[in-house]
Design a protein around this ligand. Structure first.
Ligand code: CP3
Length: 340
């Protein structure tokens, strides 16, 4: 079995499997060249040959244990009917959905496949092209995180528009999350059918949910999506990433049903080994700034993460995506510190 799948099945490996969030990205010159050829970021996402090419670039350069499908979490709201575009240097823009009329104009969950068909083709190409030991990870955004973009029509530092809608019209807010949840099950299920061996749910703004709302809008949707996927694809491992969960990472395996919990670098690896890894496989959690800074701190912190999680199932990763200003050579230094 592939090392990543062994770790997800609960095995403690002598050397953890490793991959990086945003491993295909702007820090790599070959990625920037292919994106240029594609035209723009979304053109790249919807071009199966070029999307497969950028997915494979970091595998060739570094020999990671997993490839993550090249796409974006905002393709799901786009497939539901929202307009999506990227403003250079500013990030994503969507036509906002924050009124009953705008929600009514969206497509039903089962209708997302027309728009997303090229993504499934990328998965099929990758399933054929990947080296035999490399696992293929599909992904989607979790409902709350996707909703924060769809309701605001853009990224926001504090998710204020989504919080405001939740406060003023909870039924509409919940109906928007429900539509995204249904589409997410459809989308991930189609990725699994096309050859994704693992799926990851990104709840990047989970940390902005407080109290009972963390359970209701983060953990419960993750649990329902995981259950629905495993009913359709028995044995499909799920990685859940409730970023910013802090102390609420404890118990997250049981609360979500996911086979692995991805950790951001807001929790220490020693704490997470004692409080989270006892529930199952964990993924994480080297601070991504160390791939910019490099030096002895990179080597020491990498070894610290490996050591802290060496007593149980672990997938080495960063706490968040690698940034465009990271030095590609530092990734080799990190791998050397993991694999020796
Ligand atoms: O991890 C991977 O390499 C797989 C591909 C992937 C991308 N985005 C590619 C991408 C994944 C898993 C994502 C997830 C994603 N997208 C999230 C959740 C994870 C997280 O980072 O918290 C979010 C919030 C988005 C929405 C999004 N897409 C944002 C906020 C941005 C940044 C805009 C910018 O200009 O910096 C993107 C664009 C994006 N998605 C890029 C990549 C490689 C950069 C696009 C480019 O080439 O300019």
């Amino acid at each position: 079995m592939k090392p990543l799948l062994r770790a997800l099945a609960g095995e403690t490996l002598p050397v953890p499997p490793v991959w990086m969030m945003r491993q295909a990205g702007r820090y790599l010159p070959e990625y920037r060249a292919t994106r240029e050829r594609a035209g723009g970021f979304l053109d790249l996402c919807y071009n199966p040959d070029l999307a497969a090419e950028v997915t494979l670039q970091p595998i060739r350069r570094y020999g990671f244990d997993a490839a993550i499908l090249f796409a974006d979490i905002l393709l799901v709201p786009q497939a539901l009917g929202a307009e999506l575009w990227f403003e250079t240097g500013e990030g994503p823009r969507l036509s906002p959905v924050a009124t009953p009329g705008a929600l009514a104009a969206l497509r039903p969950p089962g209708a997302v496949h027309d728009t997303l068909a090229p993504i499934y083709e990328t998965v099929r190409i990758l399933a054929r092209a990947l080296p035999p030991d490399v696992a293929l990870i599909g992904f989607a955004g979790a409902p709350w995180t996707v909703a924060t973009y769809l309701i605001a029509g853009r990224g926001t530092p504090d998710q204020a528009p989504a919080h405001a809608l939740k406060a003023t019209d909870r039924a509409l807010f919940e109906a928007i999350l429900e539509r995204i949840e249904g589409a997410t099950v459809e989308y991930l299920s189609a990725q699994a059918e096309a050859g994704a061996e693992v799926v990851k749910l990104f709840d990047s703004w989970a940390g902005a949910l407080e109290g009972e709302e963390f359970d209701r809008y983060c953990l419960a949707p993750l649990r329902r999506i995981t259950a629905a996927l495993r009913a359709r694809h028995p044995g499909l491992p799920v990685i859940a990433f409730p970023r910013g969960a802090g102390a609420r990472y404890a118990g997250a395996h049981a609360a979500t049903g996911a086979q692995a919990i991805a950790l951001d670098d807001g929790v220490s690896p020693e704490w997470a080994a004692a409080e989270v890894q006892t529930g199952g496989c964990v993924q994480g959690n080297l601070p991504s700034r160390l791939l910019v800074e490099g030096g002895q701190a990179l080597v020491e912190e990498t070894r610290r993460v490996v050591r802290a999680f060496s007593g149980g199932p672990h997938i080495f990763n960063l706490g968040h995506g690698i940034t465009p200003d990271a030095d590609p050579d530092n990734v080799h230094r990190m791998l050397e510190a993991i694999r020796g």
